[in-house]
Ligand binder design. Structure first.
Ligand SMILES: [Zn+2]
Length: 203
C-alpha cells in the first residue's frame, strides 16, 4: 500500500489519508472513495474546512468514515445520515440559510459505466473478483474524478419537531415521544412478542 500512496502527488490528499486511516483502521477502497467524493463536493459547493456539513451516505460501509473525519459529520451532531441502499453514493450539503426551506446539495455516485474502463477497480466494485485494496485504489488514483457522476440537487430542510418526553408506564424509564404512545418502544415490542408467543402456545 505504501507504494500506491507514494504515487499520489497531491499533498492535500496525502494529509487527508493520514487523518482518515487511524480513524478507520486502514486505507480501504471504500474509505478512499469517500475521500474523493468529499473533495468533489468541496469544490462544487465551495465549503471550507471546519464548516458545518450534512451528508447522507447510501452505504454504511467504509465511506461514512471519510466524512466523519474530514467533514466533521457524525451521527451525534446529525451531520451524518446513513440511508443504506447498498450504493457507493453520497449527498452533501452545507448548512441551510436561516428560515430556508430548501438547500442546494450535490449527489455523487461511483459510476459503474465509468469504472468499466478500469478492470481491477471494476472487478472490486462489481465483486467479480477478490481485488486487493492496493489495486482498486491504484485505479482510483489514476482515474481521479473520472469515475464519478454527480448532479446538483435541491434538498428539503427537515423541520425540527417539538421534543416531548414521557415516562414509560411499564419500565419507568423516560423516552422521547414519537406520537401519543404510553409505553417505550422496547416495552411495546416486548409485549407484542409476548402476545405472539402466547397465542402460538395456545395452538
Ligand atoms: Zn418501557
Amino acid at each position: 500500500m505504501e507504494e500506491v500512496i507514494r504515487s499520489i502527488t497531491d499533498p492535500e490528499m496525502l494529509t487527508q489519508i493520514e487523518r482518515v486511516v487511524p480513524f478507520h483502521g486502514y486505507l480501504s477502497t471504500g474509505v478512499f472513495v469517500g475521500i474523493q467524493i468529499y473533495n468533489i463536493a468541496r469544490r462544487a459547493l465551495g465549503f471550507s474546512e471546519g464548516e458545518r456539513l450534512f451528508v447522507t451516505c447510501e452505504t454504511s460501509s467504509c465511506m461514512p468514515d471519510a466524512f466523519q473525519v474530514l467533514g466533521g459529520c457524525t451521527i451525534g451532531n446529525k451531520g451524518l445520515r446513513i440511508e443504506n441502499l447498498g450504493k457507493m453514493a453520497a449527498t452533501i450539503s452545507r448548512r441551510a440559510p436561516r428560515d430556508a426551506e430548501t438547500v442546494n446539495g450535490i449527489r455523487i455516485v461511483l459510476d459503474p459505466a465509468k469504472t468499466a474502463t478500469y478492470p481491477r477497480l471494476h472487478s472490486w466494485y462489481m465483486n467479480i473478483d477478490k481485488v486487493p485494496h492496493e489495486e482498486a485504489i491504484s485505479d482510483l488514483i489514476r482515474a481521479e474524478e473520472g469515475v464519478y457522476t454527480w448532479e446538483m440537487v435541491n434538498l428539503n430542510v427537515p423541520e425540527k419537531p417539538e421534543k416531548r418526553i414521557a415516562v414509560c408506564h411499564f419500565c419507568g424509564e423516560s423516552f422521547v415521544l414519537q406520537g401519543d404512545e404510553r409505553s417505550c418502544k422496547s416495552c411495546a415490542e416486548r409485549s407484542k412478542s409476548d402476545i405472539e408467543i402466547g397465542s402460538a402456545g395456545i395452538r
